[in-house]
Design a protein around this ligand. Structure first.
Ligand SMILES: [Zn+2]
Length: 238
């Protein structure tokens, strides 16, 4: 759900409801490292379970992105592409320029994660009571947790995360598009920096700082765009 990028360097996986799902080549490299990391931290007896866990993460991401895409179409917008990047999925959506349409197309993503909570809870509970496989139990527990982490992360009010975009859509009702974008992306820059300080002091990971840098660049370019719109007189301000 971030700003459009060129689709070069991505491989087509499949099409569903006329939405092309592709994976960027860099995903494959990061996946390799992340599967090693997962294996190191979980100590699955067979590393194939670490691969399952990583694929499950992106399965959840994909469902989340389909939430955005299908909701965007529901409100009369366009969405033809979902690309999986190492830092998550991006549904390339163009919702009609109305706050309500934007709000639904953004909120539908995290709502998919909300809907998945009871599904994964039941699966996790089932594995604990009805299977002997320690690996399967750990996998299903992890998937349950991953879904929660993705939900919480996505609803942080840090533009361009979904939470930040929801904030922007809500402010849009009262302040118009450009002013709402200015505030939401400003909060996004501050939030990313605060999160950055926390991440640097708490985790020894290269993945998280890179992800935050990606967020910061997006928030910064949106902030600049909002300022430009405000000085030039935005065409879609309402
Ligand atoms: Zn999303």
């Amino acid at each position: 759900m971030i700003t459009p990028h060129p689709q070069e360097g991505s491989f087509r996986l499949f099409k569903f409801r006329n939405i092309q799902v592709s994976v960027h080549w860099s995903w494959l490299i990061v996946a390799w490292f992340q599967i090693q990391r997962t294996q190191a931290s979980r100590e699955y007896l067979n590393p194939v379970w670490a691969a399952y866990e990583y694929l499950a993460l992106f399965g959840i991401v994909l469902l989340h992105e389909f939430g955005h895409s299908l909701a965007t179409r529901q409100v009369g917008g366009r969405s033809d592409n979902i690309i999986l990047w190492p830092f998550g999925g991006i549904a390339y959506v163009q919702a009609p320029p109305r706050p309500g349409a934007h709000l639904w197309s953004i909120a539908a993503g995290p709502l998919v994660n909300v809907a998945l909570i009871p599904v994964f809870w039941i699966l996790s509970w089932w594995s604990e009571h009805y299977t002997e496989s320690y690996e399967l139990q750990m996998l299903l527990h992890s998937i349950y947790r991953i879904n929660w982490v993705l939900l919480i992360f996505n609803v942080l009010p840090i533009y361009p995360l979904d939470g930040g975009q929801i904030l922007q859509a809500l402010l849009w009702y009262r302040l118009g598009y450009a002013r709402a974008l200015l505030i939401a992306s400003g909060v996004g820059i501050a939030g990313t920096l605060a999160l950055g300080i926390w991440v640097f002091s708490s985790f020894h990971s290269i993945y998280l700082p890179l992800m935050l840098l990606f967020l910061l660049i997006n928030a910064w370019s949106s902030f600049q765009r909002a300022r430009q719109l405000l000085t030039q007189g935005p065409p879609q301000d309402s």
